[in-house]
Design a protein. Structure first.
Length: 330
């Protein structure tokens, strides 16, 4: 089984050497490392070229002719790989030696197209905290389906037939990978920690689940609940429609992957999701007092099953009214 690592770099020279050496220290080595550099202006290219000279596997460095941006750069790296299994890597983490072996073992025992492993959060100097992404996510009250960390992801190359082209205008590349995999029931979670996630001032993102301290559910509720969600919900509707259209157009691919029934179920679920979200949005056009009755009836009919049940209903009671000077759907 051919193994590739897909890496996207941009001005990552400071922490890149540690990550590259962790690839070379894997108990099961990849056959290739494919790096797409998004026109770095620091010493990233020099670091990559130096590593290539002594790496125990092939290293292909692809400099972009123009800036692509974070997600499009990863999409290019993924599609430039030749391996049957593609591990995705950020430029500033460190893999533990058993990562590739463990993930490959999981893939050998199931038909999942995507595998997600856990990671431990560290500071910029790799000081370990004992906090993990999956642990923090559970503490916040979210399910593992909420996690879409590209740096913890391995994907079968054939799955790109469904993923391409990535709708990078709607969501991040890794969110798309995991959205499709989760909805089709073809994602396997490896709960063990297989890498160190380095928190530093230049991280591309810093979600609540990557905090050093124990996450606070009240803070999460305030962050995700008490705000105008109009724009976010519009995007979610667009994502659902994109996925529904993609699954309909790629019926032949789903058949080859033995995911035909899963595809039908996913289409139904996405259509129900859009309908339910439309109802929720209609409640928010009313003041908090007037929305209580229709919201309660919707809840009793099972309308919040697609979401987080009582918690989502409580958020909808407390959220501000949505703006009425804009279309309700994209």
């Amino acid at each position: 089984m051919l193994i590739s690592i897909a890496m996207a770099t941009y001005n990552g020279a400071k922490y890149l050497p540690d990550q590259l050496e962790s690839f070379a220290n894997q108990r099961v080595l990849p056959q290739e490392l494919v790096v797409c550099d998004d026109r770095s202006t620091d010493n990233t290219m020099s670091v990559l070229q130096s590593f290539r000279r002594h790496a125990p596997f092939d290293v292909r460095i692809i400099p972009n002719e123009r800036r692509l941006g974070y997600s499009a750069n990863f999409e290019k790296a993924l599609n430039s790989c030749s391996g049957e299994i593609i591990f995705i890597s950020d430029q500033d983490d460190v893999w533990l030696p058993k990562k590739t072996a463990s993930v490959l073992g999981a893939l050998a025992q199931c038909k999942a197209m995507v595998v997600l492993n856990d990671q431990e959060i560290t500071d910029a100097n790799l000081t370990r905290t004992g906090r993990t992404i999956m642990g923090n996510t559970r503490t916040l009250g979210f399910k593992e389906t909420w996690i879409s960390a590209g740096c913890c992801t391995a994907v079968r190359r054939e799955f790109l037939e469904l993923l391409n082209p990535f709708p990078n205008h709607l969501l991040a590349y890794d969110a798309w990978i995991h959205k499709v995999a989760v909805e089709l029931g073809t994602r396997q979670v490896v709960p063990e920690v297989h890498q160190l996630y380095r928190r530093h001032s230049s991280n591309t993102s810093a979600p609540l689940a990557t905090t050093f301290s124990i996450p606070n559910r009240v803070s999460a509720f305030m962050h995700f609940g008490l705000r105008d969600v109009s724009d976010g919900w519009d995007v979610e509707v667009q994502i659902s429609r994109e996925l529904t259209q993609r699954l309909r157009e790629r019926a032949g691919t789903l058949n080859r992957f033995d995911l035909h029934h899963a595809g039908r179920a996913a289409i139904r679920k996405e259509e129900e999701f859009v309908e339910a979200l439309t109802h929720r949005r209609s409640f928010l056009k009313q003041g908090r007092i007037h929305r209580f009755g229709p919201l309660l009836r919707f809840f009793l009919r099972g309308g919040y099953v697609q979401f987080s049940g009582v918690r989502s209903a409580a958020k909808d009671l407390l959220r501000p009214s949505v703006r009425t000077d804009r279309p309700s759907e994209p």
